[in-house]
Ligand binder design. Structure first.
Ligand code: ACO
Length: 345
């Protein structure tokens, strides 16, 4: 919550501001009940990102009291609503996919604790929050909260620059995040580890790395490389530490996928192919293993990323609209084709 406040307002809150912010966010955690019927329209095999894009887009239909995007107070209310409701929506999507009843939010819990309970609690029994897991997920949320002009944030800005509804702009960002070169990389990374494991595990790591280095194979080492970080993704260091904490707290130190990940990292950091191209692990390399250990299913990883990134997206949207020089975005296209062609007879 402190980080969300900082990203939205540019300063950390004092105790009074923090309490007021917490209160406001927790007051907006429920979603309109008709959203549940909308959710029911999806098959249980729908990809969580498909459902999430639809649900967040659908929120545009509900909040007519705050649609004046030129009004800073309206923009603030939209931001609070999105930050507060994303955990509820992500948990709803999960519950739908496993056929369990949706858990309503509980406002006496922390932001992350409430999300864990909505995900893994059932109406049949009390849910006990594990402190290590809560802290790990909180860290994942913080590390993913904002990251300047990545593809999805630029998408939110460009979409929002037309003056569209904020929920529509965030839905566009979620759609962009879904792709495997962006937010979908942690899902792709875990699939990669599972495939190596299924095909012989540690003994086959060398063979897999040869495939990665062979351009004609089309295989990439997922969770490695970054458009901007050409030295080391600082988030990856923290995620590696968190990964160890979670696996130890849950008694999963011998998790074969974690061992595989460590071996892939070791080889890659020593191999000329990766060293010359400055390819290091990115945040997704470890975050998938942490999420898997917590019990989050692989197809929901990008949904967790979307939840975390919402505060960054909406703050960037607010900053853009509050700029006195704000204009609709219009990337230039330089046409280099024919000047004229005849209609074919
Ligand atoms: N595995 C193998 N080779 C790679 C990898 C990789 N993961 N990433 C880059 N390379 C190679 C390329 O083939 C290229 O080699 P070349 O110079 O011989 O042609 C060179 O390294 C540079 O690659 P680019 O694609 O130009 O690097 P770019 O900065 O454009 O791409 C990207 C960055 C998309 C992240 C890329 O590294 C990649 O596909 N990584 C795997 C997917 C991934 O983990 N994405 C998560 C990004 S982080 C995030 O979204 C939170």
């Amino acid at each position: 919550m402190e980080v969300s406040y900082l990203i939205l307002n540019g300063e950390l809150p004092d105790a009074e501001q923090k309490a007021a912010f917490d209160r406001e966010v927790t007051n907006h955690t429920m979603v309109k009940e008709p959203m549940l019927r909308f959710l029911d329209g999806f098959g249980t095999d729908a990809h969580p990102m498909a459902m999430l894009t639809g649900l967040v887009g659908a929120m545009s239909a509900f909040y007519h009291d705050s649609t004046d995007i030129t009004n800073p107070e309206h923009r603030r209310i939209s931001a609070i609503r999105l930050i507060a409701k994303m955990p509820t929506l992500v948990a709803m999507v999960y519950k739908h996919s496993v056929g369990q009843p949706v858990m309503y939010p509980r406002n006496d819990l922390s932001y992350t604790g409430n999300f864990l309970r909505m995900m893994f609690g059932t109406p049949a029994e009390d849910y006990q929050i594990n402190d290590v897991v809560e802290r790990a997920l909180d860290r994942i949320f913080i590390l993913h909260a904002d990251h300047e002009q990545n593809a999805s944030t630029s998408t939110v800005r460009l979409c929002g620059s037309s003056g569209t509804n904020p929920y529509a702009a965030i839905a566009a960002g979620i759609a962009c995040l879904w792709g495997p070169a962006h937010g979908g990389a942690n899902e792709a990374c875990l699939h990669m580890l599972e495939n190596i494991q299924a095909n012989g595990g540690l003994a086959k790591v060398g063979e897999f790395m040869e495939q990665v280095k062979d351009k004609s194979s089309g295989v990439r080492l997922m969770g490695f490389g970054h458009r901007v970080y050409k030295n080391y993704d600082p988030r990856a260091k923290l995620m590696q530490e968190t990964c160890r904490e979670v696996l130890s707290a849950l008694g999963l130190e011998n998790d074969p996928l974690f061992k595989l990940a460590m071996e892939l990292e070791r080889i890659a950091l020593e191999d000329d192919y990766f060293v010359e191209r400055k390819l290091y692990p990115n945040v997704d390399f470890y975050s998938g293993i942490v999420q898997r250990a917590i019990g989050i299913p692989t197809p929901l990883f990008t949904g967790i990323f979307a939840l975390a990134r919402t505060v960054g997206w909406i703050s960037q949207w607010d900053e853009m609209l509050g700029d006195p020089e704000f204009k609709i975005g219009r990337p230039r296209q330089l046409y280099t084709g024919y000047a004229e062609r005849d209609v074919k007879k």
